[in-house]
Design a protein around this ligand. Structure first.
Ligand code: MRU
Length: 367
């Protein structure tokens, strides 16, 4: 995607052939800063501290982390150390495990001297595959947006609500939930996006709004609790979110607050779609509510807000009384029955066990 006329991905290998470059997402939307990752430890820290974030990008970064580790020490022990360090970085997005398993599958059978090069090649493939997958998701999701168009009067926008950031910043490029939106916009459809701010880390207000602005897509940032009201008043045609893990039977784990949007959508007859690459499906899990580990993050994320002052200074202020306990659940699970469909690289699939297994038989059988 373009930032001020220059093409960027969210992660890449630098010109020296081994350092990993990534956009520091903690600094957006106020500053566009490139971070350089030079070790497996730095890659793990980047995931943990959310310098990079979003399920597919977490996976791509972990793959790069293994490559960085192999450059220094390509022994079996080092491979296992890298795996253990990276898998512990964040618990919920299954793409992390998927990417690490892919790296291990590629590297373990090789002799150590061949591993570093092979690791960079496989990490590069994982990134390229993610881009291709998102483009395919875009094409399949576009059909859903196009189907709404004939119901609109001239000049009326197609209103899409999204939660968190499932855009190009959360993937390697294009995004999952945003890919159909970008294609619709580029194809001349009049789309407008309701962007949930997504407290506590404000991925919607800070990242999705930033992306959409740079792409010229009409959008409005709303407080997290606004979606239900908009749906009651016919102001949302379609919801598209991303996801961090989809179970074998189609339950969807995504950023905290997604479930409430799905409930509101269900109550108001608004289609609720989830866009995902197949590495986000965890065929080993059948009950999302009980089996998916939900990350709990630090209290400060809820108790404070960070922003830019009128004078241009970045400041963090406390918004909760000193001493008030705070809980910070980062994800929730939307049961499959509330999901209208899953937009995947192989088409729009019913959020249901047989349909998912039929769409991805090679993944379903191997787990
Ligand atoms: O905590 P984050 O910012 O990593 O959470 C990101 C999300 O919940 C995204 O919606 C999800 O990873 C899908 S990204 C294509």
């Amino acid at each position: 995607m373009k930032v001020d006329g220059q093409s960027f991905r969210s992660i890449w290998v630098e010109g020296d052939g081994w350092t990993i470059g990534a956009i520091d997402q903690r600094r957006l939307p106020h500053e566009f800063v490139i971070a350089k990752l030079t070790s497996c430890e730095e890659a793990a820290d980047a995931i943990r501290a959310m310098l990079v974030r979003g399920a597919p990008l977490i996976g791509a970064t972990a793959a790069c982390g293994v490559a960085l580790a192999m450059r220094v020490d390509a022994s079996d022990a080092a491979l296992e150390r890298a795996y253990a360090m990276l898998i512990a970085a964040r618990p919920t997005a299954i793409n992390l495990k998927w990417a690490l398993d892919e790296m291990r599958k590629t590297l373990a059978p090789l002799a150590p001297p061949d591993r570093a090069r092979a690791a960079y090649v496989r990490a590069g493939e994982i990134a390229e595959e993610d881009v291709a997958i998102n483009q395919a998701i875009g094409r399949h999701g576009l059909g859903l947006i196009e189907a709404i168009e004939p119901r609109k009067k001239p000049g009326q926008a197609i209103n899409i609500l999204t939660h968190c950031n499932a855009g190009w910043l959360a993937t390697v490029d294009w995004g999952t939930a945003t890919a159909p939106i970008y294609l619709a916009h580029d194809g001349g459809l009049n789309v407008h996006v309701w962007v949930d701010e997504t407290r506590p880390r404000n991925q919607g207000a800070s990242l999705t709004a930033w992306e959409l602005s740079h792409h010229g897509v009409a959008h409005t940032v709303i407080a997290d609790n606004t979606g239900g009201h908009l749906m009651q008043h016919g102001m949302v045609d379609l919801v598209i979110t991303g996801t961090d893990r989809v179970t074998a039977n189609g339950d969807v784990c995504n950023k905290i607050g997604t479930y409430l949007k799905a409930l509101a959508a269900f109550d108001n007859g608004v289609p609720f779609y989830v866009a995902l690459p197949s590495p986000t499906i965890d065929f080993s899990v059948f009950d999302g509510v009980r089996q998916i580990p939900i990350e709990q993050r630090g209290a400060d994320e809820v108790a404070t807000m960070t922003g830019r002052t009128r004078e241009g200074k970045i400041e963090t202020v406390r918004i909760v009384p000193d001493g008030s306990p705070v809980a910070n659940y980062a994800f929730d699970v939307t049961p499959a029955r509330l999901v209208s469909g899953l937009i995947t690289e192989r088409g729009v699939v019913q959020a249901e066990r047989t349909a998912l297994a039929r769409a991805f038989p090679e993944r379903a059988q191997n787990s």
